[in-house]
Design a protein around this ligand. Structure first.
Ligand SMILES: [Zn+2]
Length: 317
């Protein structure tokens, strides 16, 4: 029993072969490049097919898990792209599977796979401990996420559950590119933070202002940069507590480029959660940073199709 895990990001694709005991081999990644299908084919070919029993794919959204299609915002040539069928065809071409159309290929969102991977391999549940509820959040160019409820990724009827970036934080706030008003993403994404900081007097020392430079300035004590992180922490805390009130969440794990700021984000976030939390059960929430980094998404993708030990099996959207 071996899974091929595929992580479709907006700028990079990654693959790995993952075994039920959590061993990861043949991990590789490539920039998406001008021909995303060729990039994917190259990675799949190099990973090999020995003993492969399923393929799990985590993809940047939006996705349609029922149709097996994806439309990653940063890959404009993929709109309603038939990713599941394409992967099946690649496998059939490259590895001569007896029944490529019957081969298990599961698709979920990248945030959902991150949450499931952290649950399985990141010390946030699993490993024989009691079933728990985990919220994973990816704070990056956008804000994504996923929920694991008692060991099962909750994907929703279309595969889009967990879009925490589009929880309304401020009904009087800015219009979000998604069409709604005051989404978490309009405040807490890397580009939103940088925009706000620049509009409020931040002078970036780097040639291209980005969240990394903003984090460096916040860590150095530049007040406007610290305020930008405080603002993001407040908005994230509101979204986390909203989700926790609905799902009785135990653990929150945060990944993505903005979370690479570490305690610059986590310290004000923990304080904001403690300050905003009301009901008793919300006060037991723990918030930590991913320990698996990008591998969380690969582990989660693999877990979609691997037999489970101590995990409730995934049953599809
Ligand atoms: Zn939105």
């Amino acid at each position: 029993m071996t899974a091929l895990a595929i992580d479709i990001g907006g700028t990079k694709f990654a693959v790995a072969v993952v075994h039920p005991d959590g061993t990861m081999t043949r991990r590789a990644e490539l920039p998406v490049g001008p021909d995303p299908v060729a990039t994917l084919a190259s990675l799949v070919r190099d990973a090999g097919a020995a003993g492969l029993t399923g393929v799990g794919i985590g993809s940047a959204g939006p996705i349609d898990a029922l149709a097996g299609t994806v439309s990653p915002v940063n890959i404009p040539s993929w709109r309603g792209f038939p990713l599941v069928d394409t992967v099946r065809e690649l496998l059939a071409d490259l590895h001569d599977l007896p029944d490529p159309h019957g081969f298990p290929v599961a698709l979920a969102g990248d945030g959902q796979c991150m949450a499931l991977g952290e649950w399985w391999r990141g010390g946030h549940g699993g490993h024989g401990s009691a079933p728990r509820v985990l919220l994973g959040i990816v704070v990056s160019t956008g804000v994504g996420g996923g929920l694991v409820l008692d060991g099962v990724p909750y994907l929703g009827p279309t595969g889009n559950a967990g879009h925490i970036g589009h929880i309304a934080i401020d009904p009087h706030g800015q219009r979000c590119p998604c069409g709604a008003v005051g989404c978490l993403e309009t405040i807490a994404s890397g580009p939103s933070m940088v925009r706000w900081a620049l509009a409020n007097g931040w002078t970036c020392p780097a040639a291209h202002p980005d969240a990394k430079a903003l984090a460096a300035d916040a860590a150095r004590g530049v007040p406007v940069a610290q305020l930008a992180f405080q603002r993001t922490a407040d908005a994230l805390a509101a979204a986390i507590l909203t989700t926790a009130a609905l799902f009785d969440v135990d653990d929150v794990v945060i990944g993505g480029g903005v979370a690479a700021a570490g305690e610059t984000l986590l310290a004000p976030l923990r304080q904001a959660v403690a300050k905003q939390a009301g009901l008793d059960f919300l006060h037991r929430l723990t918030v930590s940073r991913t320990t698996l980094e990008r591998d969380a998404g690969l582990y989660g993708a693999a877990a979609l199709v691997l037999p489970s030990e101590g995990r409730t099996p995934y049953r599809g959207p």
